[in-house]
Design a protein around this ligand. Structure first.
Ligand code: BTN
Length: 253
């Protein structure tokens, strides 16, 4: 039997109407002990959250606003790797189902034509024994048109509708995302980051690009040359030295 395929996460999706954030709904479920792969998807979020304390624009009926419970037995310092695998999974699902040429910007934004299509927010719950569970929050701007974006987002954001020219079936896309997540998660738990890193590099729009990054030590610039063993972005500076960047927000130059 194919052990990678023995459960079907797509069957664990719960639909909700209006919530503040699906992250909170998924946390409640996780606390109640639901199995991993359990996911909640809302029609609308009134307090959708992005990374770095930002808000996530989540208008009613227009997107995939979804959070998935994960319970990996991995060390705490490996949790950023879950972000990479979620990015690979969502990118694969989008490419398969819509043909829109989504690419991953490190660590986990999906872009099309340089504009943001999808964001991922990974939150971990840590207990005395280490990582208790993680919630992978996935926001895909599916059927938003230009007018659905506030003016300040319009230049930097896009959607599957804008890119592909036709609306997507959100139910189908959510199921596909969960199938891909299921597959890549099990691949990761089985074989570690290596196969995921390879797929990530294939789907990356960061690799080979010149990038800039704000660090506590100041502005860092260089060429993205790969993913390190731990999932950090390898940056080659002009003097040839290579640094691994583990967190932060990069700018494609
Ligand atoms: C980012 O800033 O790029 C991450 C955005 C993550 C948005 C998703 S939508 C579903 C889940 N619920 C939230 O409140 N945020 C995540």
């Amino acid at each position: 039997a194919d052990v990678l395929r023995d459960t079907n996460w797509a069957g664990r999706l719960r639909r909700l109407d209006t919530v503040v954030s699906t992250q909170e709904e998924a946390k409640l479920l996780a606390e109640k002990g639901v199995p991993e792969g359990t996911a909640v998807m809302a029609e609308e979020q009134t307090g959708g959250r992005g990374t770095r304390g930002r808000r996530w624009h989540s208008p009613k009926g227009k997107g995939i606003w979804m959070s998935v419970v994960l319970r990996p037995a991995i060390p705490l310092q490996s949790t950023p790797q879950l972000t990479l695998l979620a990015g690979v999974a969502v990118c694969s699902a989008i490419r398969k189902l819509t043909g829109v040429e989504a690419g991953i910007k490190w660590p986990n934004d999906l872009l099309a034509r340089g504009r943001k299509l999808c964001g991922i927010l990974l939150e971990s719950n840590v207990g005395p024994g280490g990582l208790q569970y993680a919630i992978a929050g996935i926001g895909i701007s599916a059927n938003l048109s230009e007018e659905d974006y506030p003016a300040e987002l319009r230049n930097n954001a896009t959607s599957l509708l804008i890119e592909g020219g036709m609306p997507v079936d959100r139910e189908q896309l959510a199921a596909e995302v969960l199938r891909e997540l299921d597959y890549h998660y099990k691949l990761y738990m089985d074989q570690g980051l290596k196969p995921i890193a390879r797929l990530w590099e294939e789907q990356s729009v960061t690799l080979g690009r010149r990038i800039g990054l704000k660090t506590p030590q100041g502005w860092l610039e260089g060429t993205a040359v790969g993913l390190g063993e731990d999932g950090g972005l390898l940056l080659r500076a002009d003097n040839g030295s290579v640094t691994s960047v583990c967190s932060g927000e990069i700018t494609l130059i």
